[in-house]
Design a protein around this ligand. Structure first.
Ligand code: M6R
Length: 614
Protein backbone atom coordinates (compact mmCIF):
# COMPACT_ATOMS: atom_id res chain seq x y z
CA UNK A 1 0.00 0.00 0.00
CA UNK A 2 2.30 2.75 -1.25
CA UNK A 3 6.05 2.68 -1.08
CA UNK A 4 7.92 5.63 0.36
CA UNK A 5 11.59 6.49 0.20
CA UNK A 6 13.70 9.44 1.33
CA UNK A 7 17.36 10.44 1.32
CA UNK A 8 19.59 13.10 2.86
CA UNK A 9 23.36 13.07 2.55
CA UNK A 10 26.36 13.62 0.34
CA UNK A 11 25.12 11.73 -2.73
CA UNK A 12 22.68 12.90 -5.35
CA UNK A 13 19.29 11.92 -4.01
CA UNK A 14 17.54 11.21 -7.32
CA UNK A 15 19.27 7.91 -8.29
CA UNK A 16 18.77 6.60 -4.74
CA UNK A 17 15.08 7.52 -4.87
CA UNK A 18 14.29 6.15 -8.31
CA UNK A 19 16.03 2.85 -7.63
CA UNK A 20 14.33 2.67 -4.25
CA UNK A 21 10.94 3.26 -5.88
CA UNK A 22 11.58 0.40 -8.30
CA UNK A 23 12.29 -1.87 -5.35
CA UNK A 24 9.15 -0.70 -3.57
CA UNK A 25 6.89 -0.76 -6.62
CA UNK A 26 5.32 -4.05 -5.49
CA UNK A 27 3.59 -2.02 -2.75
CA UNK A 28 1.57 0.02 -5.24
CA UNK A 29 1.97 1.01 -8.83
CA UNK A 30 -0.75 3.34 -10.04
CA UNK A 31 1.29 6.54 -9.91
CA UNK A 32 4.69 7.71 -8.71
CA UNK A 33 6.53 10.90 -7.86
CA UNK A 34 9.64 12.48 -6.42
CA UNK A 35 10.50 15.81 -4.82
CA UNK A 36 14.05 17.15 -4.65
CA UNK A 37 15.47 20.08 -2.77
CA UNK A 38 17.43 22.00 -5.37
CA UNK A 39 19.16 25.31 -4.60
CA UNK A 40 16.51 26.82 -2.37
CA UNK A 41 13.62 25.39 -4.36
CA UNK A 42 11.59 22.20 -4.51
CA UNK A 43 11.45 20.24 -7.76
CA UNK A 44 8.35 18.07 -7.74
CA UNK A 45 7.69 15.52 -10.50
CA UNK A 46 4.73 13.14 -10.43
CA UNK A 47 3.04 10.97 -12.97
CA UNK A 48 0.20 8.50 -13.31
CA UNK A 49 1.51 4.99 -14.08
CA UNK A 50 4.57 3.00 -13.15
CA UNK A 51 7.93 4.22 -11.85
CA UNK A 52 9.31 3.70 -15.38
CA UNK A 53 6.75 6.25 -16.67
CA UNK A 54 7.91 8.74 -14.05
CA UNK A 55 11.54 8.12 -14.94
CA UNK A 56 10.78 8.69 -18.59
CA UNK A 57 8.88 11.87 -17.77
CA UNK A 58 11.81 13.25 -15.76
CA UNK A 59 14.61 12.23 -18.10
CA UNK A 60 15.27 15.73 -19.48
CA UNK A 61 14.52 17.61 -16.25
CA UNK A 62 16.98 18.82 -13.59
CA UNK A 63 17.41 16.23 -10.84
CA UNK A 64 20.31 17.37 -8.70
CA UNK A 65 19.94 17.73 -4.95
CA UNK A 66 21.23 16.03 -1.80
CA UNK A 67 17.78 15.84 -0.21
CA UNK A 68 14.69 14.18 -1.66
CA UNK A 69 11.65 11.97 -1.23
CA UNK A 70 9.83 9.54 -3.54
CA UNK A 71 6.52 7.69 -3.57
CA UNK A 72 4.83 4.90 -5.48
CA UNK A 73 1.08 4.88 -4.91
CA UNK A 74 -1.77 2.45 -4.36
CA UNK A 75 -4.78 4.76 -4.49
CA UNK A 76 -7.11 5.02 -1.51
CA UNK A 77 -8.58 8.55 -1.65
CA UNK A 78 -8.86 9.88 -5.17
CA UNK A 79 -8.32 8.18 -8.51
CA UNK A 80 -4.84 7.37 -9.78
CA UNK A 81 -3.79 10.48 -11.71
CA UNK A 82 -1.04 13.10 -11.79
CA UNK A 83 -2.81 15.39 -9.32
CA UNK A 84 -3.49 12.77 -6.68
CA UNK A 85 0.03 11.32 -7.01
CA UNK A 86 2.48 12.08 -4.19
CA UNK A 87 4.51 14.05 -3.12
CA UNK A 88 1.99 16.65 -1.99
CA UNK A 89 2.92 20.28 -1.39
CA UNK A 90 1.66 22.70 1.24
CA UNK A 91 -0.42 25.67 0.07
CA UNK A 92 2.53 28.04 0.57
CA UNK A 93 4.82 25.73 -1.39
CA UNK A 94 7.17 25.38 1.56
CA UNK A 95 6.70 21.77 2.70
CA UNK A 96 6.56 18.63 0.62
CA UNK A 97 5.39 15.26 1.92
CA UNK A 98 4.86 11.59 0.99
CA UNK A 99 2.42 9.37 2.88
CA UNK A 100 1.52 5.70 3.20
CA UNK A 101 -1.69 5.04 5.13
CA UNK A 102 -5.09 6.65 5.59
CA UNK A 103 -6.06 9.77 7.51
CA UNK A 104 -9.52 8.69 8.62
CA UNK A 105 -10.72 12.06 9.94
CA UNK A 106 -9.52 13.92 6.85
CA UNK A 107 -13.02 15.20 5.96
CA UNK A 108 -13.50 17.00 9.29
CA UNK A 109 -9.97 18.42 9.14
CA UNK A 110 -10.45 19.49 5.53
CA UNK A 111 -13.65 21.42 6.32
CA UNK A 112 -11.94 23.23 9.19
CA UNK A 113 -8.95 24.09 6.97
CA UNK A 114 -11.19 25.32 4.13
CA UNK A 115 -12.81 27.71 6.64
CA UNK A 116 -9.33 29.01 7.40
CA UNK A 117 -8.80 29.72 3.70
CA UNK A 118 -6.90 26.61 2.56
CA UNK A 119 -7.41 25.50 -1.05
CA UNK A 120 -6.95 21.90 -2.13
CA UNK A 121 -5.87 20.66 -5.52
CA UNK A 122 -6.20 16.89 -5.02
CA UNK A 123 -8.81 14.49 -3.63
CA UNK A 124 -6.35 12.93 -1.21
CA UNK A 125 -6.34 12.68 2.57
CA UNK A 126 -2.58 13.33 2.42
CA UNK A 127 -3.02 16.86 1.13
CA UNK A 128 -5.23 17.58 4.14
CA UNK A 129 -2.48 16.48 6.51
CA UNK A 130 0.14 18.65 4.87
CA UNK A 131 -2.15 21.69 5.01
CA UNK A 132 -2.74 21.01 8.68
CA UNK A 133 1.01 20.91 9.27
CA UNK A 134 1.40 24.14 7.28
CA UNK A 135 -1.34 25.80 9.33
CA UNK A 136 0.29 24.89 12.64
CA UNK A 137 3.76 25.78 11.39
CA UNK A 138 2.62 29.25 10.30
CA UNK A 139 0.39 29.92 13.29
CA UNK A 140 3.08 29.29 15.91
CA UNK A 141 6.17 29.75 13.73
CA UNK A 142 7.28 26.19 14.50
CA UNK A 143 10.11 24.13 13.09
CA UNK A 144 8.72 21.40 10.82
CA UNK A 145 9.20 18.55 13.29
CA UNK A 146 7.19 20.42 15.91
CA UNK A 147 4.39 21.30 13.49
CA UNK A 148 4.33 17.66 12.38
CA UNK A 149 4.19 16.44 15.98
CA UNK A 150 1.30 18.78 16.79
CA UNK A 151 -0.58 17.85 13.61
CA UNK A 152 -0.24 14.13 14.24
CA UNK A 153 -1.87 14.47 17.64
CA UNK A 154 -4.98 15.67 15.80
CA UNK A 155 -5.01 12.87 13.28
CA UNK A 156 -6.95 9.59 13.41
CA UNK A 157 -5.62 6.89 11.14
CA UNK A 158 -2.47 5.27 9.89
CA UNK A 159 0.59 6.95 8.47
CA UNK A 160 4.19 6.69 7.49
CA UNK A 161 5.21 10.14 6.27
CA UNK A 162 8.46 11.75 5.15
CA UNK A 163 8.77 15.53 4.76
CA UNK A 164 11.10 18.26 3.60
CA UNK A 165 10.90 21.95 4.52
CA UNK A 166 12.57 24.07 1.84
CA UNK A 167 13.28 26.79 4.40
CA UNK A 168 15.28 24.31 6.47
CA UNK A 169 16.95 21.86 4.08
CA UNK A 170 19.26 20.53 6.78
CA UNK A 171 16.95 17.67 7.73
CA UNK A 172 14.65 14.94 6.53
CA UNK A 173 11.74 14.31 8.86
CA UNK A 174 9.56 11.22 9.18
CA UNK A 175 6.89 9.72 11.42
CA UNK A 176 4.92 6.51 11.58
CA UNK A 177 1.83 4.91 13.04
CA UNK A 178 0.62 1.53 11.81
CA UNK A 179 2.43 1.89 8.48
CA UNK A 180 6.04 0.74 8.35
CA UNK A 181 9.11 2.96 8.18
CA UNK A 182 12.79 2.03 8.36
CA UNK A 183 15.68 4.49 8.70
CA UNK A 184 19.03 3.41 7.22
CA UNK A 185 22.20 4.89 8.73
CA UNK A 186 24.87 5.30 6.03
CA UNK A 187 28.64 5.06 6.49
CA UNK A 188 29.31 8.72 5.80
CA UNK A 189 26.57 10.34 7.82
CA UNK A 190 23.82 10.03 5.23
CA UNK A 191 20.34 8.67 5.95
CA UNK A 192 17.84 6.62 3.98
CA UNK A 193 14.18 6.23 4.83
CA UNK A 194 11.85 3.66 3.30
CA UNK A 195 8.76 1.52 3.77
CA UNK A 196 11.00 -1.52 3.99
CA UNK A 197 14.70 -2.25 3.88
CA UNK A 198 14.86 -3.15 0.17
CA UNK A 199 15.89 0.34 -1.07
CA UNK A 200 18.39 0.68 1.78
CA UNK A 201 20.32 -2.59 1.82
CA UNK A 202 22.76 -1.74 -0.96
CA UNK A 203 23.90 1.38 0.91
CA UNK A 204 23.95 0.24 4.51
CA UNK A 205 23.02 -2.67 6.76
CA UNK A 206 22.52 -0.49 9.86
CA UNK A 207 18.86 0.36 10.35
CA UNK A 208 16.41 1.61 12.93
CA UNK A 209 12.78 0.48 12.69
CA UNK A 210 10.59 3.36 13.77
CA UNK A 211 7.90 2.44 16.30
CA UNK A 212 4.32 3.67 16.27
CA UNK A 213 3.94 7.34 17.10
CA UNK A 214 7.63 8.11 16.74
CA UNK A 215 9.20 10.94 14.76
CA UNK A 216 12.67 10.67 13.20
CA UNK A 217 14.78 13.71 12.37
CA UNK A 218 17.75 12.88 10.16
CA UNK A 219 20.21 15.75 9.90
CA UNK A 220 22.71 16.64 7.19
CA UNK A 221 25.19 16.81 10.09
CA UNK A 222 24.90 13.01 10.43
CA UNK A 223 22.75 13.16 13.56
CA UNK A 224 19.62 11.04 13.93
CA UNK A 225 17.08 11.95 16.60
CA UNK A 226 13.99 9.93 17.42
CA UNK A 227 11.25 11.17 19.68
CA UNK A 228 7.69 10.24 20.52
CA UNK A 229 4.59 12.25 19.72
CA UNK A 230 4.72 13.14 23.42
CA UNK A 231 8.14 14.75 22.73
CA UNK A 232 10.13 12.14 24.66
CA UNK A 233 13.61 11.41 23.25
CA UNK A 234 14.17 7.74 22.39
CA UNK A 235 17.36 5.66 22.38
CA UNK A 236 18.43 4.48 18.94
CA UNK A 237 17.87 0.75 18.59
CA UNK A 238 20.22 0.06 15.67
CA UNK A 239 19.81 -3.35 14.02
CA UNK A 240 21.84 -5.21 11.36
CA UNK A 241 19.96 -6.14 8.17
CA UNK A 242 20.06 -9.76 7.13
CA UNK A 243 19.14 -9.37 3.46
CA UNK A 244 21.05 -10.04 0.23
CA UNK A 245 20.70 -7.78 -2.81
CA UNK A 246 20.51 -10.80 -5.17
CA UNK A 247 17.28 -11.78 -3.42
CA UNK A 248 15.76 -8.55 -4.73
CA UNK A 249 16.61 -9.24 -8.38
CA UNK A 250 14.82 -11.48 -10.90
CA UNK A 251 17.92 -13.67 -11.30
CA UNK A 252 17.30 -14.55 -14.96
CA UNK A 253 13.57 -15.22 -14.63
CA UNK A 254 11.02 -13.18 -16.60
CA UNK A 255 8.91 -12.57 -13.51
CA UNK A 256 9.46 -12.57 -9.76
CA UNK A 257 6.50 -14.93 -9.41
CA UNK A 258 8.18 -17.64 -11.49
CA UNK A 259 11.44 -17.12 -9.61
CA UNK A 260 9.62 -17.40 -6.31
CA UNK A 261 7.72 -20.54 -7.38
CA UNK A 262 11.03 -22.17 -8.29
CA UNK A 263 12.72 -20.98 -5.11
CA UNK A 264 10.38 -23.13 -3.04
CA UNK A 265 12.78 -26.09 -3.18
CA UNK A 266 15.17 -23.97 -1.12
CA UNK A 267 12.71 -21.89 0.90
CA UNK A 268 10.84 -24.92 2.28
CA UNK A 269 14.20 -26.34 3.36
CA UNK A 270 15.06 -22.97 4.93
CA UNK A 271 11.79 -22.93 6.88
CA UNK A 272 12.77 -26.31 8.38
CA UNK A 273 16.44 -25.58 9.00
CA UNK A 274 17.41 -26.18 12.64
CA UNK A 275 13.83 -27.11 13.46
CA UNK A 276 13.87 -30.81 12.64
CA UNK A 277 16.35 -33.68 12.67
CA UNK A 278 15.65 -36.92 10.85
CA UNK A 279 18.69 -38.61 12.37
CA UNK A 280 17.87 -37.69 15.93
CA UNK A 281 14.11 -37.79 15.44
CA UNK A 282 13.03 -34.43 16.81
CA UNK A 283 11.08 -31.34 15.80
CA UNK A 284 11.12 -28.05 17.70
CA UNK A 285 10.27 -24.40 17.24
CA UNK A 286 12.56 -22.16 19.28
CA UNK A 287 9.98 -19.37 19.28
CA UNK A 288 7.49 -21.57 21.16
CA UNK A 289 9.79 -22.78 23.90
CA UNK A 290 9.32 -19.92 26.34
CA UNK A 291 5.53 -20.32 26.24
CA UNK A 292 5.28 -24.05 25.67
CA UNK A 293 3.24 -24.85 28.78
CA UNK A 294 0.77 -22.11 28.02
CA UNK A 295 0.40 -23.29 24.41
CA UNK A 296 0.00 -26.94 25.39
CA UNK A 297 -2.67 -26.02 27.94
CA UNK A 298 -4.47 -23.62 25.58
CA UNK A 299 -8.24 -24.00 25.34
CA UNK A 300 -8.06 -22.93 21.71
CA UNK A 301 -5.63 -21.77 19.09
CA UNK A 302 -7.07 -18.99 16.96
CA UNK A 303 -5.35 -18.26 13.65
CA UNK A 304 -5.94 -14.84 12.20
CA UNK A 305 -4.75 -13.68 8.78
CA UNK A 306 -5.82 -12.43 5.36
CA UNK A 307 -5.70 -13.83 1.82
CA UNK A 308 -3.17 -16.53 1.16
CA UNK A 309 -1.94 -16.41 4.76
CA UNK A 310 -5.52 -17.18 5.84
CA UNK A 311 -5.42 -20.25 3.59
CA UNK A 312 -2.24 -21.37 5.38
CA UNK A 313 -4.21 -20.90 8.63
CA UNK A 314 -6.90 -23.20 7.23
CA UNK A 315 -4.28 -25.88 6.56
CA UNK A 316 -3.11 -25.37 10.16
CA UNK A 317 -6.62 -26.07 11.43
CA UNK A 318 -6.58 -29.46 9.73
CA UNK A 319 -3.02 -30.15 10.95
CA UNK A 320 -3.36 -29.12 14.59
CA UNK A 321 -6.77 -30.65 15.19
CA UNK A 322 -5.82 -33.86 13.39
CA UNK A 323 -2.38 -34.31 14.92
CA UNK A 324 -2.27 -32.38 18.22
CA UNK A 325 -5.99 -32.49 19.10
CA UNK A 326 -6.14 -28.84 20.16
CA UNK A 327 -9.30 -26.99 19.06
CA UNK A 328 -8.52 -24.46 16.33
CA UNK A 329 -10.42 -21.56 14.83
CA UNK A 330 -9.38 -19.67 11.73
CA UNK A 331 -10.52 -16.08 11.46
CA UNK A 332 -10.33 -13.48 8.72
CA UNK A 333 -8.51 -10.71 10.58
CA UNK A 334 -10.83 -8.05 9.15
CA UNK A 335 -13.90 -9.81 10.63
CA UNK A 336 -12.29 -10.93 13.86
CA UNK A 337 -11.25 -7.45 14.88
CA UNK A 338 -14.73 -5.98 14.53
CA UNK A 339 -17.13 -8.77 15.47
CA UNK A 340 -16.63 -8.62 19.24
CA UNK A 341 -15.19 -12.15 19.42
CA UNK A 342 -14.81 -14.17 22.60
CA UNK A 343 -11.10 -14.23 23.41
CA UNK A 344 -9.86 -15.63 26.71
CA UNK A 345 -6.53 -15.57 28.52
CA UNK A 346 -6.34 -19.30 27.91
CA UNK A 347 -6.41 -18.78 24.12
CA UNK A 348 -3.39 -18.52 21.87
CA UNK A 349 -3.85 -16.17 18.94
CA UNK A 350 -1.48 -16.81 16.04
CA UNK A 351 -1.17 -14.22 13.28
CA UNK A 352 0.14 -15.42 9.92
CA UNK A 353 1.51 -12.78 7.58
CA UNK A 354 4.12 -12.65 4.85
CA UNK A 355 4.68 -8.91 5.11
CA UNK A 356 4.10 -8.64 8.84
CA UNK A 357 2.39 -5.31 8.09
CA UNK A 358 -1.18 -6.22 7.10
CA UNK A 359 -3.32 -3.65 8.90
CA UNK A 360 -6.24 -5.94 9.74
CA UNK A 361 -3.98 -8.70 11.03
CA UNK A 362 -2.10 -6.21 13.19
CA UNK A 363 -5.35 -4.86 14.62
CA UNK A 364 -6.63 -8.39 15.32
CA UNK A 365 -3.44 -9.04 17.27
CA UNK A 366 -3.82 -5.84 19.28
CA UNK A 367 -7.32 -6.96 20.23
CA UNK A 368 -6.05 -10.40 21.28
CA UNK A 369 -3.37 -8.76 23.42
CA UNK A 370 -5.91 -6.49 25.04
CA UNK A 371 -7.98 -9.55 26.02
CA UNK A 372 -4.93 -11.21 27.57
CA UNK A 373 -4.39 -14.01 25.03
CA UNK A 374 -0.87 -15.14 24.20
CA UNK A 375 0.02 -13.79 20.76
CA UNK A 376 2.34 -15.52 18.29
CA UNK A 377 3.49 -14.40 14.85
CA UNK A 378 4.35 -16.47 11.80
CA UNK A 379 5.97 -13.89 9.62
CA UNK A 380 8.36 -13.61 6.70
CA UNK A 381 9.65 -10.03 6.85
CA UNK A 382 12.18 -9.71 9.63
CA UNK A 383 11.64 -6.76 11.94
CA UNK A 384 8.12 -6.13 10.62
CA UNK A 385 5.36 -4.76 12.85
CA UNK A 386 3.68 -8.12 13.55
CA UNK A 387 7.03 -9.68 14.42
CA UNK A 388 7.55 -6.88 16.91
CA UNK A 389 4.15 -6.73 18.60
CA UNK A 390 3.65 -10.45 19.25
CA UNK A 391 4.74 -12.15 22.49
CA UNK A 392 6.69 -14.74 20.49
CA UNK A 393 6.94 -16.07 16.97
CA UNK A 394 8.79 -17.85 14.20
CA UNK A 395 10.10 -16.47 10.93
CA UNK A 396 9.54 -18.55 7.81
CA UNK A 397 12.86 -17.38 6.27
CA UNK A 398 11.52 -17.34 2.69
CA UNK A 399 13.49 -14.21 1.71
CA UNK A 400 11.85 -11.23 -0.01
CA UNK A 401 8.63 -12.15 -1.82
CA UNK A 402 8.11 -9.50 -4.47
CA UNK A 403 5.47 -10.96 -6.81
CA UNK A 404 2.11 -9.73 -5.54
CA UNK A 405 0.74 -13.27 -5.76
CA UNK A 406 2.05 -15.06 -2.71
CA UNK A 407 3.70 -18.42 -3.46
CA UNK A 408 6.82 -19.24 -1.48
CA UNK A 409 5.38 -17.52 1.59
CA UNK A 410 2.41 -19.94 1.52
CA UNK A 411 4.64 -23.02 1.47
CA UNK A 412 6.97 -21.47 4.07
CA UNK A 413 4.02 -20.77 6.37
CA UNK A 414 2.58 -24.24 5.77
CA UNK A 415 5.95 -25.88 6.51
CA UNK A 416 6.20 -23.97 9.76
CA UNK A 417 2.63 -24.80 10.74
CA UNK A 418 3.28 -28.47 9.98
CA UNK A 419 6.31 -28.37 12.29
CA UNK A 420 4.19 -26.66 14.94
CA UNK A 421 1.47 -29.34 14.72
CA UNK A 422 4.04 -32.15 14.88
CA UNK A 423 5.88 -30.53 17.80
CA UNK A 424 2.68 -30.12 19.81
CA UNK A 425 1.40 -33.59 18.86
CA UNK A 426 4.63 -35.22 19.98
CA UNK A 427 4.69 -33.34 23.28
CA UNK A 428 1.05 -34.18 23.94
CA UNK A 429 1.46 -37.78 22.83
CA UNK A 430 -1.51 -37.52 20.47
CA UNK A 431 0.28 -39.33 17.63
CA UNK A 432 2.31 -42.53 17.82
CA UNK A 433 6.11 -42.42 17.84
CA UNK A 434 6.22 -44.30 14.56
CA UNK A 435 3.84 -41.87 12.83
CA UNK A 436 5.83 -38.93 14.25
CA UNK A 437 9.04 -40.35 12.77
CA UNK A 438 7.32 -41.11 9.46
CA UNK A 439 6.17 -37.46 9.28
CA UNK A 440 9.66 -36.17 10.10
CA UNK A 441 11.22 -38.21 7.38
CA UNK A 442 8.49 -37.37 4.84
CA UNK A 443 8.75 -33.65 5.66
CA UNK A 444 12.50 -33.70 5.14
CA UNK A 445 11.89 -35.11 1.64
CA UNK A 446 9.46 -32.36 0.65
CA UNK A 447 12.06 -30.03 -0.97
CA UNK A 448 13.20 -32.72 -3.42
CA UNK A 449 9.58 -33.66 -4.13
CA UNK A 450 8.80 -29.99 -4.84
CA UNK A 451 11.68 -30.03 -7.30
CA UNK A 452 10.05 -32.99 -9.03
CA UNK A 453 6.62 -31.33 -9.01
CA UNK A 454 8.16 -28.27 -10.70
CA UNK A 455 9.27 -30.45 -13.60
CA UNK A 456 5.62 -30.56 -14.73
CA UNK A 457 5.82 -27.01 -15.99
CA UNK A 458 5.69 -27.94 -19.72
CA UNK A 459 2.52 -30.04 -19.23
CA UNK A 460 0.99 -27.28 -17.12
CA UNK A 461 1.83 -24.67 -19.74
CA UNK A 462 0.07 -26.75 -22.39
CA UNK A 463 -3.03 -27.10 -20.18
CA UNK A 464 -2.92 -23.34 -19.59
CA UNK A 465 -3.02 -22.81 -23.36
CA UNK A 466 -6.20 -24.92 -23.57
CA UNK A 467 -8.13 -23.13 -20.82
CA UNK A 468 -6.69 -19.61 -20.94
CA UNK A 469 -9.82 -18.11 -22.52
CA UNK A 470 -12.22 -19.46 -19.90
CA UNK A 471 -14.21 -16.89 -17.98
CA UNK A 472 -14.74 -19.02 -14.87
CA UNK A 473 -13.04 -21.89 -13.08
CA UNK A 474 -13.88 -24.12 -10.14
CA UNK A 475 -11.30 -25.63 -7.78
CA UNK A 476 -12.25 -28.66 -5.69
CA UNK A 477 -10.39 -30.34 -2.84
CA UNK A 478 -11.20 -32.40 0.23
CA UNK A 479 -9.68 -32.49 3.70
CA UNK A 480 -6.14 -31.10 3.75
CA UNK A 481 -6.56 -30.07 0.14
CA UNK A 482 -9.71 -27.99 0.57
CA UNK A 483 -7.65 -24.92 1.64
CA UNK A 484 -5.37 -25.61 -1.34
CA UNK A 485 -8.41 -25.42 -3.63
CA UNK A 486 -9.17 -21.99 -2.15
CA UNK A 487 -5.57 -20.94 -2.66
CA UNK A 488 -5.52 -22.18 -6.27
CA UNK A 489 -8.66 -20.17 -7.04
CA UNK A 490 -7.24 -17.03 -5.41
CA UNK A 491 -4.01 -17.36 -7.42
CA UNK A 492 -5.94 -17.62 -10.68
CA UNK A 493 -8.30 -14.71 -10.07
CA UNK A 494 -5.72 -12.27 -8.75
CA UNK A 495 -3.28 -12.55 -11.63
CA UNK A 496 -5.36 -13.63 -14.65
CA UNK A 497 -8.67 -11.89 -13.78
CA UNK A 498 -10.60 -15.12 -14.46
CA UNK A 499 -13.39 -15.59 -11.96
CA UNK A 500 -12.55 -18.67 -9.88
CA UNK A 501 -13.97 -20.26 -6.74
CA UNK A 502 -12.70 -23.01 -4.49
CA UNK A 503 -15.04 -25.48 -2.77
CA UNK A 504 -14.84 -28.61 -0.66
CA UNK A 505 -15.39 -31.21 -3.39
CA UNK A 506 -18.55 -32.61 -1.80
CA UNK A 507 -20.14 -29.16 -1.54
CA UNK A 508 -20.33 -29.00 -5.32
CA UNK A 509 -23.65 -30.83 -5.26
CA UNK A 510 -25.12 -28.15 -3.05
CA UNK A 511 -25.08 -25.43 -5.67
CA UNK A 512 -21.91 -24.91 -7.75
CA UNK A 513 -22.66 -27.98 -9.88
CA UNK A 514 -25.30 -25.86 -11.63
CA UNK A 515 -22.44 -23.88 -13.19
CA UNK A 516 -20.79 -26.83 -14.84
CA UNK A 517 -20.97 -27.18 -18.61
CA UNK A 518 -18.52 -27.91 -21.42
CA UNK A 519 -16.82 -24.53 -20.94
CA UNK A 520 -16.07 -24.86 -17.22
CA UNK A 521 -12.58 -25.97 -16.19
CA UNK A 522 -12.76 -27.85 -12.90
CA UNK A 523 -9.42 -28.28 -11.20
CA UNK A 524 -9.62 -31.17 -8.75
CA UNK A 525 -6.92 -31.91 -6.17
CA UNK A 526 -7.21 -35.67 -6.00
CA UNK A 527 -4.20 -36.75 -3.97
CA UNK A 528 -5.99 -37.69 -0.72
CA UNK A 529 -5.79 -41.37 0.01
CA UNK A 530 -8.38 -41.17 2.77
CA UNK A 531 -11.16 -39.93 0.51
CA UNK A 532 -9.94 -41.28 -2.81
CA UNK A 533 -13.14 -43.05 -3.89
CA UNK A 534 -15.21 -40.05 -2.98
CA UNK A 535 -13.01 -37.78 -5.11
CA UNK A 536 -13.31 -40.19 -8.01
CA UNK A 537 -17.10 -39.91 -7.66
CA UNK A 538 -16.88 -36.10 -7.59
CA UNK A 539 -14.85 -36.18 -10.81
CA UNK A 540 -17.42 -38.48 -12.42
CA UNK A 541 -20.15 -36.01 -11.43
CA UNK A 542 -18.29 -33.20 -13.20
CA UNK A 543 -17.63 -35.32 -16.28
CA UNK A 544 -21.30 -36.32 -16.45
CA UNK A 545 -22.06 -32.61 -16.92
CA UNK A 546 -19.32 -32.22 -19.55
CA UNK A 547 -16.99 -30.13 -17.35
CA UNK A 548 -13.29 -30.02 -18.28
CA UNK A 549 -11.47 -31.88 -15.49
CA UNK A 550 -7.87 -31.06 -14.67
CA UNK A 551 -6.84 -33.43 -11.90
CA UNK A 552 -3.82 -33.17 -9.63
CA UNK A 553 -3.01 -36.79 -8.81
CA UNK A 554 -0.19 -38.76 -7.21
CA UNK A 555 2.36 -40.37 -9.49
CA UNK A 556 1.04 -43.90 -9.09
CA UNK A 557 -2.57 -42.97 -9.90
CA UNK A 558 -4.15 -45.00 -12.68
CA UNK A 559 -7.86 -44.52 -12.20
CA UNK A 560 -8.27 -40.74 -12.41
CA UNK A 561 -6.06 -40.35 -15.48
CA UNK A 562 -8.61 -42.53 -17.28
CA UNK A 563 -11.47 -40.17 -16.41
CA UNK A 564 -9.98 -36.65 -16.29
CA UNK A 565 -9.28 -34.56 -19.37
CA UNK A 566 -5.83 -33.65 -18.09
CA UNK A 567 -3.79 -34.97 -15.19
CA UNK A 568 -0.79 -33.47 -13.45
CA UNK A 569 1.11 -36.02 -11.35
CA UNK A 570 2.98 -35.03 -8.20
CA UNK A 571 5.04 -37.22 -5.83
CA UNK A 572 3.27 -39.10 -3.08
CA UNK A 573 3.70 -38.07 0.56
CA UNK A 574 1.96 -38.40 3.93
CA UNK A 575 -1.52 -36.90 3.66
CA UNK A 576 -0.99 -33.98 6.12
CA UNK A 577 1.94 -32.85 3.96
CA UNK A 578 0.13 -32.93 0.61
CA UNK A 579 -0.70 -29.17 0.57
CA UNK A 580 3.04 -28.48 0.24
CA UNK A 581 3.09 -30.38 -3.05
CA UNK A 582 -0.42 -29.99 -4.46
CA UNK A 583 -0.22 -26.19 -4.43
CA UNK A 584 2.82 -26.17 -6.77
CA UNK A 585 0.96 -27.10 -10.00
CA UNK A 586 -1.81 -24.65 -9.10
CA UNK A 587 0.71 -21.82 -8.76
CA UNK A 588 2.25 -22.73 -12.13
CA UNK A 589 -1.15 -23.06 -13.79
CA UNK A 590 -2.22 -19.57 -12.75
CA UNK A 591 1.19 -18.19 -13.75
CA UNK A 592 1.01 -19.61 -17.29
CA UNK A 593 -2.65 -18.67 -17.79
CA UNK A 594 -1.95 -15.07 -16.72
CA UNK A 595 1.11 -14.92 -18.97
CA UNK A 596 -0.84 -16.21 -21.96
CA UNK A 597 -3.59 -13.67 -21.33
CA UNK A 598 -0.99 -10.90 -21.46
CA UNK A 599 -1.42 -9.94 -17.80
CA UNK A 600 1.27 -8.34 -15.67
CA UNK A 601 1.98 -11.36 -13.52
CA UNK A 602 3.97 -9.55 -10.81
CA UNK A 603 1.83 -6.46 -10.58
CA UNK A 604 -1.82 -7.41 -11.11
CA UNK A 605 -4.29 -4.59 -11.46
CA UNK A 606 -5.83 -3.01 -8.34
CA UNK A 607 -3.60 -4.98 -5.98
CA UNK A 608 -0.59 -4.26 -3.82
CA UNK A 609 1.70 -6.57 -1.96
CA UNK A 610 1.43 -5.18 1.50
CA UNK A 611 -2.06 -4.11 2.60
CA UNK A 612 -1.38 -1.51 5.28
CA UNK A 613 -4.86 -0.01 5.13
CA UNK A 614 -8.02 -1.74 6.34
O1 M6R B 1 1.42 -10.00 4.00
P1 M6R B 1 0.25 -10.84 4.35
O2 M6R B 1 0.55 -12.30 4.29
O3 M6R B 1 -0.39 -10.47 5.64
O4 M6R B 1 -0.80 -10.54 3.19
C1 M6R B 1 -2.08 -11.09 3.21
C2 M6R B 1 -2.75 -10.97 1.86
O5 M6R B 1 -2.85 -9.62 1.50
C3 M6R B 1 -1.98 -11.72 0.77
O6 M6R B 1 -1.80 -13.06 1.10
C4 M6R B 1 -2.74 -11.63 -0.57
O7 M6R B 1 -3.94 -12.33 -0.48
C5 M6R B 1 -1.88 -12.16 -1.71
N1 M6R B 1 -1.88 -11.24 -2.80
C6 M6R B 1 -2.34 -13.46 -2.24
O8 M6R B 1 -1.54 -13.93 -3.27
Amino acid sequence: MCGIVGYIGKKDAYPVLIKGLKRLEYRGYDSAGVALYNNGDLLVYKKKGKVADLENFIKDQPTTGFLGIGHTRWATHGKPDDLNAHPHISGDGRIVMIHNGIIENYAVLKNALIKLGHKFTSETDTEVLIHLIEELQKRDNLPLEEALRMALTKVIGAYAVVLIDKKDPTKLIAARKQSPLVVGIGEDGDFYMASDATPIVEFTRRVVYLNDEEIAIAGIDGKLTIKTLGNKLQNLNIQELDLEIEALEKGGYDYFMLKEINEQVATIADAMRGRLSVEEGWVKLGGMEQYLNRILRADRIIFTACGTSWHAGMVAEYLIEDLARIPVEVEYASEFRYRNPIIKETDVVIAISQSGETADTLAALELAKEKGALTYGIVNVIGSSIARVTDAGSYIHAGPEIGVASTKAFTGQTTLLTLMAMYLAHLKGTISESYFHELISELSLIPEKVEKALKNSAIIESIAEKIKDSTNAIYLGRGYNFPVALEGALKLKEISYIHAEGYPAAEMKHGPIALIDENMPVIVIATNKSAYDKIVSNIQEVKARKGIVIAIVTEDDEIISGIADYTIAIPDTAEPLTPLLSVIPLQLLSYYIALKRGCNVDQPRNLAKSVTVE
